[in-house]
Write a protein that binds this ligand. Structure first.
Ligand code: ZN
Length: 356
């Protein structure tokens, strides 16, 4: 990944939720969530229900802007907006492309219900629409995968249809797996489908001998934030990449957090272990090698960066086109994007209050 002492390829975020960029400042839940299920129901599933295509657009633009400000030129996105499914993936792709950011996105299909432990889930209308959005986007030439929210919120029929669609279209599946104790066993229903093209997100509660194929994406800060446990990613035989799970796209910061958490787990560990996850990210989005980032720090080396906060990009070129020079965007009006995103956030928060 390193080109020169102060240069890298464009960084890749291997698991993002661009739809969550406007969430900061959203109306808080009525009571403090006490576990992962509460967090999903009282925060994320309220936010995604309130999204429309306009708020998705500005959320994606703000997320793409913040990615560039962190030297991230490629985003692997996982999207959900149950009241604005059709066309949503194109809105995200267009928003990213407007800023020059490369994106691979998918719609996370789900049959989620108020009682997500139901063993009698059947394929919902939302899942049908989500599958169709994945199909439409990919067949129209969009860069993406087929998304599944997680096995524990999907019927067998939905999982089978999503895996079949991915296979038919020659792409992998991007899915949350064993993130919390809610999904400590449902992930077994994915075993018969996985292959090397799959992106398996989290894996916190996977046993060592899980037999799932694909790249596991580790999201250390999100896992700590949700109190779901530690994935201990060094135990996996799979390749392991690094994601933010929607908390920005600052991969150097995620690297430092991942290193600190790993070191807490095993004091003999090295930052190179987490740095190698960024190399796996580059394998997932090889176009990043057509992008260059020149950094504000003179030694791009894991042992230096693990202990150096605030390292910023100075120059960014994406596919040969200058996007940032001397720390300033060449064409992008970041003030305008932030102002429009703020307006969209206010609209989104109003809808969240109405839905509560
Ligand atoms: Zn996620």
């Amino acid at each position: 990944m390193d080109l020169n002492e102060n240069q890298t390829y464009g960084l890749v975020c291997a698991h993002h939720h661009l739809y969550s960029s406007l969430a900061r400042g959203m109306p808080p839940p009525e009571t403090i969530p006490k576990n992962f299920e509460d967090i999903l129901k009282s925060i994320w599933w309220k936010l995604d229900k309130a999204l429309d295509l306009e708020t998705i657009e500005w959320s994606a633009k703000l997320g793409a802007l913040e990615a560039l400000e962190s030297g991230t030129t490629c985003i692997i996105d996982h999207h959900e907006s149950p009241n604005a499914i059709e066309g949503s993936l194109s809105v995200i792709q267009d928003a990213c492309h407007e800023l020059g950011v490369r994106v691979n996105t998918c719609y996370g299909v789900t049959d989620r219900k108020p009682d997500i432990f139901s063993t009698e889930m059947s394929m919902s209308n939302e899942a049908v629409l989500g599958l169709e959005e994945n199909r439409r986007f990919l067949l129209e030439g969009g860069v993406g995968m087929v998304g599944i929210h997680a096995a524990f919120t999907c019927s067998d029929e939905t999982i089978d249809s999503a895996a079949g669609l991915a296979s038919d279209l020659g792409v992998g599946v991007h899915v949350h797996v064993a993130e919390g104790d809610l999904d400590a066993s449902s992930w077994k229903r994915l075993q018969q489908y996985t292959n090397d093209d799959w992106i398996i997100v989290h894996g916190v509660h996977l046993p060592d001998d899980h037999e799932l194929q694909g790249v596991i994406v580790h999201n250390p800060r999100s896992n700590m934030n949700n109190g779901v446990g530690y994935a201990a990613p060094t135990r996996f035989e799979n390749r392991v990449g690094l994601g933010t799970d929607g908390i920005g796209a600052d991969m150097l910061e995620e690297f430092r957090i991942g290193y600190a958490r790993l070191r807490e787990f095993d004091v003999q560990e090295s930052p190179v272990t987490i740095w190698n996850m960024l190399n796996v990210n580059a394998e997932l989005f090889p176009e990043c090698r057509d992008d260059t980032v020149t950094w504000s720090y003179s030694k791009i080396d894991p042992w230096h960066l693990a202990f150096s906060s605030g390292v910023r990009p100075l120059d960014i070129e994406i596919d040969g086109k200058p996007i940032m020079k001397n720390g300033e965007f060449t064409d992008i009006d970041s003030t305008e994007i932030r102002a429009k995103a703020k307006e969209a956030a206010e609209k989104l928060f109003k809808r969240i209050r109405e839905l509560t």
